[in-house]
Design a protein around this ligand. Structure first.
Ligand code: COA
Length: 177
């Protein structure tokens, strides 16, 4: 492998599984690889997985899960994006862009109008760069002891040309992804 331009990287592939083994392949065995433990939330695993393998090793991942949501009292579904991760020594070369782009291409075939993600505040500019917009309101999410206000930032992206975000209180009707 030579060069660091996106065309020099192996293509993004669908992964048959994404378990703790694959997560530690990318991020190592730390307790809090995504830096969100402080929020104390329970999360759902993702269902569809997109990754980049280099020399047989998984080096990047993005996951998707369709989740139920209520906006202004109207129930709908969104495609949740999560588990975006790039191995530390390969960050800053566009690999997150590649896996997120591949995941969103698939998300557009899943039906919902919007993609949704939760992230730490320092990652907002990165996701903005990838076309995501910040939702400037509290978002309630389910937790084992009942709904809580999501302490992380909530961002959305249109999955279809004419999708705008409807007005009204937003409530995720599941654990976050
Ligand atoms: C967050 C993470 C996935 C980013 O991976 P990466 O491969 O370094 O990201 P990329 O190089 O693809 O960058 C994506 C885009 O964001 C831009 N970007 C990166 N950091 C930025 C910042 N602080 N401000 C603005 N833009 C930024 C990049 O320039 C790139 O845009 P471009 O393609 O138009 O140049 C990686 O740091 C990581 O694995 N972190 C630990 C796990 C984690 O916290 N995941 C997030 C879960 S929500």
């Amino acid at each position: 492998m030579t060069g660091n331009s996106p065309s020099a990287w192996p293509a993004v592939v669908r992964l048959a599984q994404y378990t703790k083994t694959e997560i530690s392949e990318i991020l190592g065995d730390g307790d809090d690889p995504f830096g969100v433990a402080e929020a104390g939330l329970s999360w759902l695993p993702k269902e569809e997985h997109f990754g980049i393998r280099r020399d047989g090793c998984l080096v990047a991942h993005a996951g998707l899960l369709m989740v139920p949501l209520s906006i202004g009292g109207v129930e709908t579904k969104v495609v949740g994006l999560g588990g975006v991760a790039v191995t530390p020594e390969l960050r800053g070369h566009g690999l997150a862009r590649m896996v997120v782009t591949a995941a969103l291409t698939h998300a557009r075939t899943m039906g919902p109008q919007h993609g949704l993600l939760f992230c730490r505040p320092p990652l907002v500019p990165l996701y903005q760069r990838l076309g995501w917009r910040t939702l400037q309101q509290d978002v309630h999410v389910e937790q084992p002891d009942g709904p809580v206000v999501m302490p992380l930032r909530t961002m959305w992206t249109p999955l279809h040309d004419d999708a705008s975000w409807p007005e009204g209180p937003v409530r995720l009707l599941s654990l976050p992804m």
